[in-house]
Design a protein around this ligand. Structure first.
Ligand code: HEM
Length: 158
């Protein structure tokens, strides 16, 4: 879900040509959180979808929410003893998210060159594909059985 939102925002950034709003990272115009994010248009929530500055700002930082979810998922499948294929898929997701954030930052600081934007878009497709594959595997693969010691009392009843 967070990945779908991020990809949708990527579409808004590209559609509004919002990648050109700022060519610095992490700061925009010298601010970590630039002013007037929610006050360029009325009502305030329209800015979330139509103001290039706001859309760009959301897309550059929501990427780290996506990264945090991927890290949490990778930790969870390890703790719950899922099989190697599931763990390998989360490793791939981790690598792709690092590549994708690096490409996104490069797109911004190099002024949105076409080839970098295409690589960024292509990596988004790989991320989505890997996520769909992982969800499919998670539905089928149960976590490995965890050995639970049986007490002598329980054994007496069997
Ligand atoms: C998980 C992380 C990310 C995902 C999945 C993602 C996804 C996308 C997608 C799918 C597009 C293209 C949409 C289209 O062409 O229709 C896009 C565009 C863009 N993204 Fe990201 N992005 C991520 C992280 C970032 C980061 C961290 C930055 C900047 C710091 C960034 C900056 C941009 C810019 C500037 C564009 C517009 C490029 C253009 O005008 O062609 N992205 N993103």
């Amino acid at each position: 879900m967070v990945l779908v939102v991020q990809i949708a925002y990527g579409g808004l950034v590209a559609g509004l040509k919002a990648g050109h709003v700022s060519d610095t990272w992490p700061l925009m115009f010298g601010y970590l959180v630039p002013p007037k994010l929610l006050s360029v248009m009325e009502p305030w929530w329209v800015n979330l979808f139509e103001t290039p500055l706001t859309v760009h700002f959301i897309h550059r930082w929501f990427a780290f929410v996506v990264a945090a979810v991927v890290v949490a998922l990778a930790v969870a499948v390890r703790r719950q003893g899922y099989d190697d294929e599931v763990i390998a898929s989360t490793n791939l997701l981790l690598a792709l998210v690092v590549v994708q954030i690096s490409l996104g930052v490069s797109v911004v600081i190099f002024g949105v060159p076409k080839w970098l934007a295409i690589a960024h878009q292509g990596t988004a497709v790989l991320l989505l594909g890997t996520t769909i594959f992982l969800l499919h595997r998670l539905r089928r693969a149960a976590p490995a059985a965890v050995a639970v010691p049986v007490s002598s009392q329980q054994r007496a009843h069997t």
